[in-house]
Design a protein around this ligand. Structure first.
Ligand code: FAD
Length: 463
């Protein structure tokens, strides 16, 4: 039997879940179809820093701030940059400003799952085919691997990098960025791996040399979560047998000659098998023409390099933005999607907005709290398209101080990969002689600029 759902969200990652949650707090029910068999099927490792200009706004829109606040890793915003010998090039401490508080990805996902009415998520539903239904504009049938089918008038593709929904809107496909990660965990770092824990510090770690880098986090339970990144050909991981962990460790360690023992220890002493993760991205700035009854959010819309640290934030932000647009136009989802996509593709004109009614306003207490108007979307505005010139603008401490100031700004600017929030103003005029910055920019880890702006790359090369 085929069941009809007015709103079907494909994919129960952070983007899909927050969409369902924000719809729910606005009195609109939806169904989430997720391929995993249940919530425990896959370990959701790693820490995410949730940014005040996008991810945090989505959490507010979902009316989940208090629960979110309870899972923040206090102190986790600390950041250090090391060279391969272990020398500290830059260190910043978490002073509790909450610009980018760190949370455990799994806890954030649990928080969102628990915030939904029972039965919202249909586990074990892997979409395998999507078909238009003749004669009903925008209505589609989705077929799942378990043999079930549904129909829907609004299909939201929240199904990640290899989205099944995306081909309805664009031919664009992710391609390999030239960087592969190896992921590993060391459990109970402070007790079991004190040397590696000392290298990691209290929060986030970056260590780079040439074409190799380590990005790590201290997790809330003491786990040291590490990504080792290499600039390597796409098929490089196929040359290593990752099912043979000792042999895989040996192969990876051979790529770390001269590295400090504690940094090598992230691989040598890993408690988990090493997991290869080739990094793929969609081209920066893709867009599509409006297609009735379907849209994309999160990685399905703009999967990007993790260096920007924005993918999860934008998945949350997109989901909240779309859900609020639907809440503004519950009887006219086409206007809602057009409004959402106008925000997603900033070059396009925004359709005229209908002022929200009093009753809808009153259903959004979390937003009204920090909003000067009653519009649901008013607190989810993107950051201004034009940033003040220079790293961090006239007040470097204001926005970028927490994550290495200009270093981080340059990094995110450089790695736009569809990072629409800053798309119009890529100003990575970043190099000013600071040792930490020199280190980042001289590192071969970072591929050639994706941004057409050459200012930064030329100053970089001349240093
Ligand atoms: C190594 C690494 C580190 C990262 N670190 C950060 C970071 O520090 N900060 C940050 O902001 N971002 C980070 N990101 C990016 C971030 O993980 C993603 O941008 C984010 O998870 C996207 O969320 P999403 O909901 O759009 O997609 P996903 O999280 O990919 O969720 C998609 C969901 O759809 C389901 N699905 C897929 N296909 C189907 C189908 N056919 N049918 C049904 N369900 C389906 C999947 O099972 C999954 O649950 C990192 C990414 C990587 C690879």
């Amino acid at each position: 039997m085929t069941t009809h759902y007015p709103i079907a969200i494909l994919g129960g990652g952070l983007g899909g879940l927050i969409t369902a949650r924000v719809l729910h707090v606005n009195g609109i029910e939806s169904a989430v179809f997720e391929l995993e068999p249940d919530r425990t099927a896959r370990v959701q490792g790693g820490m995410l820093d949730i940014h005040d200009d996008n991810g945090q706004k989505a959490i507010h829109a979902a009316d989940l701030w208090n629960t979110f606040d309870s899972i923040i890793h206090r102190g986790g915003e600390s950041m250090r940059i090391l060279d391969h010998t272990g020398a500290v090039l830059r260190e910043e401490h978490d002073e509790g400003q909450m610009a980018r508080p760190e949370v455990d990805r799994g806890q954030l996902r649990d928080l969102l799952i628990d915030s939904l009415p029972e039965g919202t998520i249909r586990w074990g539903h892997k979409a395998v085919a999507i078909r238009d239904i003749d004669g009903v504009a925008g209505r589609r049938e989705v077929e799942f691997a378990n043999g079930q089918t549904i129909t829907t008038d609004l299909l939201i593709g929240a199904d990640g990098a290899w989205s099944k929904v995306r081909p309805l809107l664009t031919d664009a496909k992710p391609s390999y960025t030239g960087i592969s990660f190896i992921e590993a965990d060391l459990y109970d770092g402070p007790q079991q791996h004190p040397a590696e824990a000392a290298a990691m510090g209290a929060g986030m770690l970056f260590a780079f040399k040439d074409d190799t880098g380590i990005l790590g986090h201290l997790e809330t339970d003491g786990t040291l979560h590490v990504y080792l990144g290499f600039r390597v050909p796409e098929d490089w991981a196929d040359t290593i047998d990752f099912t043979d962990t000792p042999a895989a460790k040996q192969a990876i360690l051979e790529r770390l000659p001269g590295w400090n023992e504690a940094l090598r220890g992230f691989i040598a002493n890993a408690d988990t098998p090493l997991t290869p993760r080739p990094i793929n991205a969609l081209p920066a700035g893709i867009s599509w023409d409006r297609v009735v009854g379907v849209t994309l959010i999160g990685d399905a819309a703009h999967v990007m390099s993790p260096f920007a640290g924005e993918g999860a934030n934008l998945a949350l932000y997109d989901g909240a933005l779309l859900a609020l647009a639907i809440a503004e136009h519950p009887e006219d989802t086409e206007t809602a999607i057009a409004q959402y996509e106008a925000d997603l593709f900033p070059a396009r004109p925004t359709p005229r907005k209908t002022p929200p009614t009093a009753s809808k306003c009153s259903s959004l207490p979390a937003l009204r709290k920090d909003s000067s108007t009653c519009s649901p979307r008013s607190t989810l505005k993107r950051p201004p398209a034009t940033r003040p010139s220079g790293p961090g603008g006239t007040n470097p401490s204001k926005r970028f101080r927490k994550l290495g100031g200009t270093v981080w700004w340059c990094l995110t600017g450089y790695y736009e990969h569809g990072y629409r929030g800053y798309r119009e103003n890529k100003e990575p005029d970043c190099y000013d002689g600071d040792e930490g910055k020199r280190f980042f920019w001289s590192s071969g880890m970072f591929p050639l600029p994706l941004s057409p702006r050459a200012t930064c790359s030329s100053s970089m090369k001349s240093t």
